[in-house]
Design a protein around this ligand. Structure first.
Ligand SMILES: [Zn+2]
Length: 282
């Protein structure tokens, strides 16, 4: 696993951001530094639009400010699509995300593997095959970024916890991006200290201690119904027991990246970081 740009931190708190242009990314990195946040997830949700040259410039900005980076791949990915063109496009988008990620010095490339349409039954193998091909291409390019398959919040999406664990065990450079809001919305569970603790134990047992020390996590509040996720909320406006969650993260000595995806991510990121370091107790 590739842990080259950790900036000496075992755990990093940061936010996700969908930029409209290259300048916004640079500005965001500076903002994070001022707020003493540690990582920016650049969400190229509608496609990677920056050039390689701009990628190198963002890398410099990230190094100067000591703000680490991760990438969120476009929404257009669906490795379970019925038509081949769509699968081809999915490979293209994931490869492109990983290539620009590598240039920017991002270690982790988050993506949504796909949807179940008519293909619930063979979905897993099809998705696995598609991602495996991307993994081979990247390996041949000496691209050592980690593809982070996200646990998804809607029941029609591929991305139950067990599916993501199995996918991670099947493909070399794939590991989970555990989205706690999605897990909670999909199952209505995972909302107490014992449940969080049990989850970390299960992940350690299946994926090893090195994974536990290098997790990539999404967290926010969430509104949900019978079909799972509806929309994200700020932590305070949700039923998510974030105080028990951060306690479990600390007690289990989780390492890696915690990306906040609330509508007002700065407030929640700073609150969680302070809770983690118990800055409220003085
Ligand atoms: Zn996502």
């Amino acid at each position: 696993m590739n842990i080259k740009k950790s900036y000496d931190k075992k755990i990093r708190f940061g936010v996700s951001f969908k930029p409209n242009n290259f300048r916004e990314i640079k500005r965001k990195i500076e903002e994070l530094k001022e707020l003493e946040l540690d990582i920016l997830e650049i969400a190229f949700l509608e496609g990677v639009f920056i050039t390689e040259e701009e990628g190198y410039e963002i890398r410099r900005e990230s190094d100067i400010n000591r703000v680490a980076l991760s990438v969120h791949s476009p929404y257009y990915i669906n490795f379970n699509a019925d038509n081949r063109e769509m699968i081809k496009k999915s490979k293209f988008h994931l490869c492109k995300s990983a290539r620009i990620g590598k240039i920017m010095g991002a270690e982790n490339i988050v993506f949504h593997p796909g949807y179940y349409g008519n293909n619930r039954k063979n979905g897993f193998d099809k998705i696995k095959d598609g991602i495996e091909e991307v993994s081979e291409v990247l390996k041949a390019e000496f691209n050592d970024t980690v593809l982070r398959a996200e646990t998804m919040g809607k029941k029609r999406e591929f991305g139950e916890l067990e599916e993501i664990i199995l996918l991670s065990q099947s493909i070399d450079n794939v590991l989970p991006c555990i989205d706690f809001a999605h897990l909670h919305a999909r199952t209505q569970r995972y909302n107490s200290y014992p449940e969080f603790n049990k989850l970390f134990k299960r992940l350690e047992k299946r994926l090893g201690i090195e994974y536990i020390k290098n997790m990539h996590i999404h967290v926010s509040g969430i509104e949900y119904g019978r079909e799972g996720e509806k929309y994200h909320l700020n932590l305070m406006d949700s039923d998510f027991r974030f105080d028990e969650w951060i306690e479990a993260v600390r007690e289990y000595d989780i390492g890696g990246n915690i990306i906040i995806e609330s509508p007002e991510p700065y407030e929640d990121a700073i609150m969680l970081k302070n809770l983690y370091w118990k800055k409220d107790e003085n």
